[in-house]
Design a protein. Structure first.
Length: 218
């Protein structure tokens, strides 16, 4: 399983009558899922996945989520480096329950803001006194602090060896004040406006290789 597939929609087709694989795969793509699974119509889903650049993977037991708990369940799995299969039961003519639609809408709204960091994150050796820390598996100098609401007044991240170049709230790009001392990064959140979205993500930008490139003059 590609570790970048943080979310997989697990389509459980009760019938194949009038089911449009193209529509279902596009639904997955639109909410930020990079992979799907299905129990039927493998060939049709394979074509649709190629069209939308979405992977078709083997199915497995997934989670039954609601709009109230779906983000918590996704984040809990990502914290331990796991992907989440979300069960989506589909009746004929692409019928999906209203509860599942609400859950997918919640995922869409959250992934629209945090999808890149969420898909590319993996566990690391940093710790936080509130929430937890993951790192970008492709660019290790980017770390992500996951903090649930209500936001604390500050977050202390331990394990860094040098002060970061930048700290920012991913949702609104604002940069909270921070201090760095004795390998502890203290991020001040007192001036950060609380959001309605659960599990805010703070990006820590450490020293990058490109920062060493000297200016070229012509």
């Amino acid at each position: 399983m590609n570790p970048d597939f943080a979310i997989i929609l697990n389509f459980k087709l009760k019938s194949t009558k009038d089911v449009d694989a193209d529509f279902l795969v596009k639904t997955a793509r639109d909410i930020g899922a990079r992979a799907v699974a299905t129990n039927q119509l493998q060939d049709e889903f394979k074509l649709a996945c190629a069209k939308y650049t979405v992977a078709l993977v083997d199915g497995r037991d997934g989670i039954d989520a609601t709009s109230d708990d779906v983000i918590d369940k996704l984040v809990a799995n990502r914290k331990i480096g796991q992907s989440s299969f979300i069960n989506v039961e589909v009746a004929e003519k692409n019928a999906i329950s209203s509860a599942t639609k609400e859950a997918l809408t919640t995922v869409n709204n959250w992934m629209h803001i945090f999808g890149h960091a969420f898909n590319d994150s993996q566990p690391c050796n940093l710790t936080a006194d509130s929430g937890f820390v993951l790192q970008n598996r492709h660019l290790h100098y980017q770390k992500y602090v996951f903090v649930n609401k209500p936001l604390p007044k500050q977050v202390i991240v331990s394990g860094l060896t040098v002060a970061p170049n930048r700290v920012e709230m991913i949702e609104n790009r604002c940069e909270p004040a921070f201090t760095f001392q004795d390998n502890a990064l203290t991020i001040d959140l007192t001036e950060i406006t609380s959001s309605n979205l659960p599990w805010q993500i703070i990006r820590i930008q450490e020293h990058r290789p490109e920062d060493d490139i000297k200016e070229t003059k012509f």
